[in-house]
Design a protein around this ligand. Sequence first.
Ligand code: NI
Ligand code: MN
Length: 228
Amino acid sequence: MAVKVTWYGHACIGIEVGPHHLLVDPFLTGNPLAAASPDALRPDYILVSHGHGDHVGDALEIARRTGATVISNFEICNWFQAHGHTNVHPHHIGGGFSYPFGYLKLTIAHHGSALPDGSYGGNPCGFFIKTVEGPHIYLACDTGLFYDMKLIGEEGVDLAVLPIGDNFTMGPDDALRAVKLLTPRKVVPIHYDTFDIIRQDPYAWADRVRAETSAEPIVLKPGESLTL
Ligand code: NI
Ligand code: MN
């Protein structure tokens, strides 16, 4: 069975692994590029990379409605529990767990993580997932470039999802260097164009990836999917 990956705009990603639906950083309400209504999504798992509003987004409402398991760091999981959603699975950086959809590990991310209400959100993270269907997916989430991406690449990355927006995260130049460290088979750019301050040309970036690396860049429009 294939693994289907959908970009819902900004940093919101859907991943379908067989019958298991994962939703990452569901910022949809107030997201000018949102390609789905939060009410339309029925995830079994919600992954939250850090506490910022453009990532936590609608996660609490979707979790309450669906009963989905929230996967995040310990502090953010505590915040969901304090807000009445008890079905959480806390991790911390470097820690993995075998879920029905695959082995998921939290990776480092250089960023902030305060929650929208000012609560402490622990350390931000990315996610590395070895799906039960085979493909390995690395979601860098909000981060600057770090050389340890080379270690993640050593595990074999079929798809890397990288921010290219600059200002708050890696920009196009560092995201290109990230591709060289990760050596993924495919790479999808995200976290751009949502706001004026992170406007980028993803097609120009994809041309550079094609010219300088062996990765296949895939520019999705919000709402579009790819299959691994
Ligand atoms: Ni952020
Ligand atoms: Mn962000």
